[in-house]
Design a protein around this ligand. Structure first.
Ligand code: SAM
Length: 283
């Protein structure tokens, strides 16, 4: 399924709730403001069925905090029962993962991203809060496990090297993420460019892989992989292969656009949403 820029859209990012048990100051809330009623597992399934007809093969479940939903296992089970779905993954803050990892795997989750921004309690998502969830994810066989670290100037930018060590020790991929601007004042104070970090990783890596998704680069160092996510740079938007479904059942072609939400589950409206996908950055 190609959009008007010729991009083969095969990823659907589904927000299942806007509720969260943590409050991270920088959170972009998946671009959702004033969400309405959450969708039921049946409604989500109906949407995904239409999407698979259009070529969607990979699903990412997000939120809010997706594990807050009491019916999260039902949501994953019903999506995984759909023909042609190749992969279901999830982004979570990991706090509720310990008791759920085995069941998530059993109903069809294949891999997981766990938010972890620091080595101390300076930020809500840290190595302490994710520890048990991480072990449970390993034991359940979720693979790969990625740690998502949003790098913030003056807060955790000094933690990068030690987080690489943490990822190595725990056999997980570390994703270093540049801050997306949702609050100009916070952004001005805390945006940290990963430019120099990337140059240093380039020198240290024995292999560099460019992923199709958003042209992200993965640096393979000794016993650990570090992936760089730089929204709006280096072909990020040109190579964006995803579309979004909001927690209240609207299509959102781009995280950064507020005016392109489309309500409907029929094929024509979904096709229109594909057409309206935008290039946000100038690359
Ligand atoms: N509660 C889950 C979690 O913590 O991963 C899922 C929702 S969270 C919005 C999804 C991802 O977006 C997390 O990896 C988070 O770190 C990232 N994120 C949130 N706000 C961001 C921002 N302003 N810039 C860059 N990444 C952000």
């Amino acid at each position: 399924m190609k959009d008007k820029y010729g991009r083969d859209i095969d990823h659907l990012r589904i927000s299942v709730t806007q509720m969260c048990n943590l409050s991270c100051t920088y959170c972009h809330h998946e671009g959702e403001y004033n969400p309405g009623q959450e969708q039921s597992p049946v409604e989500i399934k109906r949407f995904v069925e239409v999407f698979t007809e259009l070529g969607i093969r990979k699903i990412k479940i997000t939120g809010g905090e997706p594990l807050i939903r009491e019916d999260i296992l039902e949501i994953i089970r019903s999506i995984s029962s759909i023909k042609n779905i190749e992969e279901i993954s999830m982004t979570t803050n990991g706090t509720l993962l310990e008791g759920l990892a085995v069941d998530l795997k059993r109903v069809g989750l294949s891999r997981i991203n766990i938010g972890c921004d620091s080595l101390t309690s300076i930020l809500p998502k840290n190595t302490e809060t994710v520890g048990k969830g991480l072990t449970a994810a390993h034991n359940a066989g979720l693979n790969p496990i990625k740690i998502n670290m949003v790098v913030l100037k003056g807060i955790n930018d000094g933690d990068i090297e030690r987080m690489i060590g943490f990822a190595r020790e725990n056999q997980v991929v570390l994703q270093l993420i540049e801050l997306i601007n949702v609050d100009s004042d916070f952004y001005r104070r805390h945006y940290f460019s990963l430019e120099n970090v990337e140059k240093s990783l380039e020198r240290r890596a024995y292999h560099v892989r460019k992923r199709k998704m958003q042209a992200r680069r993965q640096y393979h160092l000794d016993d650990v992989i570090v992936e760089i996510v730089k929204p709006s740079k280096n072909g990020f938007c040109l190579n964006c292969l995803k579309i979004r479904l909001t927690s209240d059942g609207r299509l959102k072609p781009c995280l950064m656009k507020k005016d392109n939400l489309i309500v409907s589950k029929d094929k024509d409206s979904i096709l229109k949403a594909f057409e309206e996908r935008c290039i946000y950055a100038h690359d």
